[in-house]
Write a protein that binds this ligand. Structure first.
Ligand SMILES: Cc1ncc(COP(=O)(O)O)c(C=O)c1O
Length: 455
């Protein structure tokens, strides 16, 4: 492609490109001119710590030399429609199953996260002959019609009135729980009881699947209480319901284990994935299915498909990405760096505006509040996506960006999910920036009036 100067890029972008989740007027997208590891540089030469791995996908970091090298070999394996077998598709499926929970057997490849979830819904309906699907409030599963209907937050409203039979239940969100639980076990019993009742009210023999992000990501890294995931598994088994875990964001090392389900003692019937499988270097997603489901399709037609299912380029990049996780011990590294990050985040609890911090591996969030006692959020529920443009959260994210700490927020939670290659020194440098900005935000914006009063 010919080189285009920055001014022209901005002009063309403004004139021809529709940007997601934004009013087009008033947005000024930066251009990434250079990137490396956990850093990128904009057109003005300003350097940023990429503390959200773009959209939590660049697990191996920017411009990984082994992936750049792999791209030089693109074209050596012929492109092939889904009906053909290719070396990269077969090998990537094998590699994924090798690192997946032991009950997993086969992979259906899709293009990204949302359509992977759409396919998991269809597979669950085919296998069970049932149509209802349970998913949770405070979840995000993608922007297509099916995945959009699964999602338990405001980005769903556009696809409503929704698909009949899509039922929502509550995610354990202990920081804002309706009850002051004395222990994880108490919380788990409470939420499982409610879920069981909801299943009974909906007719358990009508429910095809329970769909969950193992750890909801965008909605604030909501880590399940002890025993909860295992309890959902038991309920599903009791009623013949399939359990599907969306690991689009949490998979491939993000939480310090290969998949977030590996932190718990259960096996789902399907796992959907995307992002980390190629580290986003080429779009790819998929659905892993259990041995039982795989066997079902030995004698039943898999009534679904996609032109690019198992696309040669993406699966080739996927193979190279999985090799990097293994060769560079990135999952173990993420676990170790998760400890360092956890130490820094726990320190933030002393700040007046920090309501909660939640972290597992390199998957973390800082939840900001206006008042620690009342837990009044920085931004009212449902006020994301342009409605809070001039609001406090937008201001805080803007200040972080100005200071070279790049990330995004959802509701009152700030995402912290750097590339898994981050070092201890880089975590400390980035968190120094975060703390400095947080102090400034508190004194000049959030509690500015109070400091005037106290003076
Ligand atoms: C948990 C989860 N599922 C699904 C998706 C949708 O993925 P995609 O944007 O690739 O369709 C996302 C996107 O962030 C996600 O976080």
């Amino acid at each position: 492609m010919k080189t285009i100067d920055n001014q022209k890029i901005h002009k063309l972008d403004h004139q021809y490109v529709l940007h997601s989740w934004a009013k087009q007027k008033g947005i000024h997208p930066k251009i990434i001119k250079k990137s490396h590891g956990i850093y990128f540089w904009d057109e003005g030469g300003k350097k940023y710590y990429d503390m959200c791995s773009q959209l939590v996908y660049l697990n191996v970091g920017h411009q990984h030399p082994k992936l750049i090298e792999e791209f030089k070999h693109i074209g050596e394996i012929p492109l092939a429609a889904p009906g053909f077998a290719t070396a990269s598709k077969a090998e990537l499926a094998r590699k994924i199953i090798e690192v997946a929970p032991r009950n997993m057997a086969k992979v259906f490849f899709a293009n990204g996260g949302a359509d992977s979830n759409d396919h998991a819904i269809k597979i669950a309906r085919m296998v069970t002959g049932r149509y209802k699907v349970f998913s949770r409030y405070r979840s995000y599963h993608g922007a297509t019609f099916g995945a959009g209907n699964l999602s338990g937050e405001g980005r769903r409203f556009l696809v409503e009135p929704g698909i009949p039979g899509f039922i929502k239940f509550e995610t354990p969100y202990l920081y804002r729980a309706p009850v002051d639980f004395k222990s994880d076990e108490e919380a788990t019993a409470f939420y499982l009881n409610r879920l069981k009742n909801q299943m009974l009210y909906e007719g358990p023999d009508q429910i095809a699947a329970v769909f969950m992000e193992t750890i909801p990501g965008s909605n604030g890294v909501l880590i399940p209480p002890k025993g909860y995931m295992e309890g959902v598994r038991k309920l599903c088994d009791q009623f013949g319901i399939l359990m599907i875990c969306d690991e689009v964001m949490s998979g491939f090392g993000r939480t310090g284990k290969m998949f977030a389900v590996d932190h718990y003692d259960f096996e789902p019937d399907m796992i959907t994935f995307a992002k980390g499988v190629t580290s986003g270097y080429s779009p790819l997603g998929g659905v892993m299915v259990s041995k039982t489901i795989a066997a079902y399709f030995d004698d039943h037609v898999l009534m679904t498909g996609l032109t690019y299912s198992g696309h040669t380029v993406s699966t080739q990049i996927g193979c190279a990405t999985l090799d990097i996780y293994q060769d560079e011990h990135l999952i173990e590294h993420a676990e170790a760096m998760g400890e360092v990050l956890a130490g820094r985040l726990e320190r933030l609890r002393t700040y007046q505006s920090v309501g909660d911090v939640r972290h597992i591996g390199l998957f973390a969030t800082v939840e900001l509040v206006k008042d620690k006692k009342t837990k009044e959020p920085i931004i009212a529920y449902g006020m994301d996506y342009g409605k809070d443009k001039a609001g406090l959260m937008a201001k805080f994210i803007g200040m972080l960006t100005e200071n070279g700490f790049y990330t995004y927020s959802h509701e009152s939670s700030v995402m912290i999910a750097p590339p898994l290659v981050i070092t201890e020194q880089e975590i400390n440098e980035a968190l120094d920036i975060f703390e400095r900005v947080l102090s400034e935000f508190e004194s000049t914006v959030l509690f500015a009036d109070q400091s005037v009063i106290s003076k």
